[in-house]
Ligand binder design. Sequence first.
Ligand SMILES: Cc1cc2nc3c(=O)[nH]c(=O)nc-3n(C[C@H](O)[C@H](O)[C@H](O)COP(=O)(O)O)c2cc1C
Length: 161
Amino acid sequence: MANIGIVFGTNNVDSQTVAEKIAANFDSDLLNAKELTVDFLNNHEKLIFVASTHKYGELQQDFKAKLDVVAEADLKGKTLALAGLGGLEKHPDTFCDGLVEFLPVIRGAKLVGAYENPGYKFENSLSLINGKFVGFVVDIHSDNEWEQKLGSWVSSIKSEF
Ligand SMILES: Cc1cc2nc3c(=O)[nH]c(=O)nc-3n(C[C@H](O)[C@H](O)[C@H](O)COP(=O)(O)O)c2cc1C
């Protein structure tokens, strides 16, 4: 069993693409949120959740449907990072809002990977808290340099993990 469990929720594969790039940096198990179980969460000491925002600010639906599974798991003492995908141009008022839906159900885990705005312009984002995003955020459709940004973020969480 790998040390890091990476779970992604995706509608059109974008979050899977990002999750696979993150996974390539670690000894990790990669799982679609559709398949998520309490055992998967309990069996990994380190976790990364990757999910897009849809429906005007909501967490991607497969992951949203598993929030009760996340809440049921024993995350106490685990290290966890979040990564969110969104759209800056069409959804500047709800940019990556869905990420915050994880916050109430990851109690007990040590949340790492807070992320400074890399210069993205948007109107509002619930995931921007006290001047930092709660995790990596990205619009892979409008940012040609997203892979470099992801690489830097992965390096930063490696030291925290
Ligand atoms: C119907 C629809 C609604 C969306 N709503 C939001 C939104 O509220 N906020 C946001 O940041 N992005 C929003 N997006 C953009 C997606 O999050 C973005 O395209 C992402 O890359 C999709 O990733 P996925 O293929 O993993 O689901 C929306 C996209 C669609 C198609």
